[in-house]
Ligand binder design. Sequence first.
Ligand code: BGC
Length: 719
Amino acid sequence: MWTISENSFTAETQRHKETIFTIGNGYLSTRGALEEGYPNESRATFVHGVFDDVPIAITELANAPDWLSFNVLLNGERFSLDSGTILKFERVLDLRTGVLTRTVRWKSPSGLIAAFKFERFASLADEHLLCLRCVVTPEFDGAVEVRAALNGNTDNEGLAHWRWMSQSQRDLDDGQQAVHLHSRTRMSGIDLILAMRLCASSPLQPDYWDVESIPTLRQVFDARRGETIAVTKFVGVATSRDSESPLALALERVAKPSSWEKALEEQRQAWAEEWKRTDVTIEGDDEAQIAVRFSLFQLLIAAPRNDPRVNIGAKTLSGFGYRGHAFWDTEIYMLPVFTFTAPHVARNLLEYRYLTLSAARDKAREYGYEGAWFAWESADTGEEVTPMWVPDFRDKRKLARVWTGDHAIHISADVAFGTFQYWRVTGNDEWFSRQGAELILDTAKFFASRAEWQEARGCYAYSDVIGPDEYHDRVDNNLYTNRLAQWNLTTALDVLEWLRTHHPEKADDLIQSLDLSEARLAKWREVAEKIYLGVRPDGLMEQFEGYFKLKDVNLADYEPRTKSMHEIFGFEGANEYQAIKQPDVLMLFHMLREDYSDEVIRVNYDYYNTRTDHTFGSSLGPSIQAIVACMMGYPDDAYEHFIRAARADLRDVRGNAKDGIHAASAGGTWQAVVFGFGGLRLTSSGWEAHPQLPKHWKRLSFRFIHRGELQTVDLHNPK
Ligand code: BGC
């Protein structure tokens, strides 16, 4: 169970399939568009950190110049699935090796038949190397012509980000020929170089077509019936973010591989290493098995291994959705996967937050607060890039104001939470004392300054916020926000104590630089003690003040439906009902499990489960719902939610997978398996598993790294 495949070509579902068949290597990803190109495709390659300006959404990842372009002509007739007859079609993504293969047997309009095999991968062994091979077996004697190009004329759904700078054909040191294309983003001024070299089974003397912005190599082969022609296109890629001389870097990398086989062997080995740490085995449920591997694969191809200046966008690098911006999706949904299985990646992601601390401080100051308030949507600099306006889904001619950038303050506590969890799991004291502790202290400082003292009630409050459930905006005392702020403050006090004991100099530095006076620390303690938490005597917790007074809903009354409750009620209307978009109170049980009794979890699960828009609300919901259902010992419920998360992209359950992978759902799918069904929990002395396997699962086995040691958990269902 390692492959995702399809055996027919359907133009209408092309964009969804492009997302599914995305390949990548943590430096860039390329959607699964077909080499020869089609109308209506959404062809794209995104390189981490290559942002450019855009109206309203401020900045977006620029769709990079295209490295895939490869056309084949049979006696002058262009191979295209739009013409002639498709005699056979199959596409397979091998998750074990990251290689995407397409095999086609095709009859041209004039009756020439040939078999084609296209293979591609983004090298995990060398992130600046991309490899594509085309193998053609003609069933006729004649001419087979190949045209391999680099195409600088790409755009982001109409918006052009690239300026052509230069291109050339040149000799590499060993006498091989390469062509290069140099493009520059229009506003951010990032240089990107693509360098291409062709290798073939028979000697190559390609023509160079010097078409501006589309340098092309063309070769005509004298083809014989049944004799195979194989052409490999190696592409080196580098940007001015990587090197002062990206051209030299791209040329050096493109020259390196001696053959397709050699590059492929290195790719196989690199992926084998990845899977050694990360693989999850599920026996007795093929769909769950492939979904969890697919989720891991999608996260691993988006995971920056060598660059702490970038984060992972909500749609990874696999689509235009959310423009490459990172959200709390990173710390709460994706980061745990890396913390537990690829701590070097987790550290890079957290270091990104550290590097963007000054932008977070500026944001807090701008709104009149202290400390670090991270951007709800974050890109290259860490400044807030949440668009203020989006088209209203009820009437696209109107605009609706987006408030998350101004009011979703929980992001700061989410970052602190991810930092603390990383420290707890890895035991990396060195990094934590150097960078992590500061993230927790400065976010605590923010929450203390943002808290409002309410004299009449004798408590601290956070008014006018947005919690995880975005059907309700600008509410007071969102429980998730308040409880996590409290957690952030008390954890910061403990962290400072730890620093004082173990790294006194660092403690002194931070006390100085963050102005952690005794008076300030006393205020932190007071806010944490007196924060408003609306818990009723029966344990039911109010999502925010006034939530229980809203109109109740029976979501079953709206079935069958094809729209979210947000669309049904409208932006304003949704605020009047108890229908929620995604777990909010229930998030707390997932994150702070040890603080809540089984009874409290049950009361709240039963209440909120029926009021949550599981089908069309947020894709972030179902995995958490599954985890909490497991805590309750409701494995059937848990499975229903889990499988919804697992299908998010593979089955396109929300109809928007064309915009890119739902990265949080992918992370949540892994978490539902490991923390939900596997029941993995950290304890003060290490870890424990409290499994709750679905009845039909025979076995669940997973690995993770705890304090530097690889652990394996192997669980079997009693027969
Ligand atoms: C969800 C947020 C999430 C964002 C990006 C929204 O629809 O409600 O929780 O951060 O999507 O995935």
